[in-house]
Design a protein. Structure first.
Length: 340
């Protein structure tokens, strides 16, 4: 900077904030309907522009777009959604492993006449999903398949040594893209891989049993690929960087690029997330680092769920009475941030 002080950068991503006009919001988009004084001031006093975050020919999604926004060409580095989240979990993978993202979902029926009802099984809580997924892993997996429980409805399925098998080519759509649509096309794709079909049908039968009291009645493997490899962020861009996010896809991108991944207690990616803690983690890192990628997921989750009112709530300024939040950011002295 002109005064000689080091340049500090915060890259704030409001994932999924854009939308179409909604009849229930008097024909406005959620962004138009929300009170946004801070963003309005930035628009008046800053610079605005547009950029393409998804290369031509690639499916638009948080995995591709966030990789591009971090400065890595998805056409070169992207292998699938599952591998990115595996990097976020710190899994050790072989070059010929195939990693699926695995959702716990709600369908009207796990059959060709079934519909995708909820890509997140009622936003199942981690305390409920983890024992279910662990049990499915013990009882339903064919040889060479391993399940890794994650957070809420987000889990991973690893098919060991499957890079040259049918698993690598299965074309199953992301469940959040087909809400209230037929799942027949996707079931046909799964049937084309016998081991995968055995797994998903066993899992559906298990979830139909008396021990499951959640809304999850099926598992949904998608977004598969080989392990992710990214260049080191600091080497490429010359700055020390961190990511602050509640979701594994962003954490995985950061971890694969050698960035600091800040752990914020209470960060859920939903409306109840710990916004104050995420800001505190960003400020804590910037005391010694240079660049923070601060990711907000709630607008995207509300959009996938068709919740326009919730999306407005996710966009507007947050005011929480009396709360002080603390966050732990690896690599910072003591690891405890200032409270906000």
């Amino acid at each position: 900077m002109a005064d000689g002080s080091p340049l500090k950068l915060v890259f704030l991503i409001a994932d999924g904030m854009a939308d179409r006009p909604v009849a229930g919001l008097d024909g406005r988009t959620p962004l138009e309907a929300a009170a946004t004084p801070a963003m309005d001031r930035l628009a008046r006093e800053g610079r605005m522009g547009m950029c393409r975050t998804v290369p031509d020919g690639m499916s638009p999604g948080s995995d591709v777009a966030n990789m591009a926004l971090l400065g890595f060409d998805p056409a070169r580095y992207h292998t699938g959604r599952g591998p990115i989240e595996a990097a976020g979990m710190g899994l050790r993978l072989a070059p010929d492993d195939v990693i699926f993202r695995l959702n716990t979902v709600t369908v009207s029926a796990f059959a060709d006449d079934g519909l995708m009802r909820d890509y997140a099984a009622g936003h199942i809580a981690t305390e409920a999903s983890r024992p279910l997924v662990e049990a499915i892993g013990r009882t339903c997996c064919p040889p060479a398949y391993t399940l890794y429980p994650g957070v809420q409805y987000r889990h991973l399925l690893v098919a060991k040594g499957a890079a040259d098998r049918a698993e690598a080519a299965v074309d199953v759509r992301p469940p959040h893209n087909i809400t209230d649509q037929s799942i027949a096309r996707d079931l046909a794709a799964m049937r084309g891989c016998p081991a995968l079909w055995t797994f998903v049908t066993r899992a559906a039968a298990f979830l139909a049993g008396p021990d499951n009291v959640t809304k999850a009645n099926a598992v949904w493997p998608w977004g598969q690929g080989r392990a992710l490899t990214l260049p080191d962020f600091a080497t490429v861009f010359g700055v020390r960087g961190a990511v602050v996010s509640a979701v594994d896809v962003v954490k995985g991108l950061g971890r694969a690029a050698g960035m600091t991944v800040c752990d914020v207690p209470g960060a859920t990616g939903l409306l109840d997330t710990n916004y104050e803690g995420k800001v505190a983690a960003a400020l804590d890192f910037l005391a010694k680092g240079d660049f923070v990628y601060l990711h907000v997921e709630a607008p995207d989750e509300c959009g996938h769920g068709g919740d326009a009112v919730g999306k407005v709530e996710a966009i507007r300024p947050v005011r929480r009475p009396g709360g002080r939040a603390h966050a732990r950011c690896p690599g910072r002295p003591g690891g405890l941030s200032r409270g906000l």
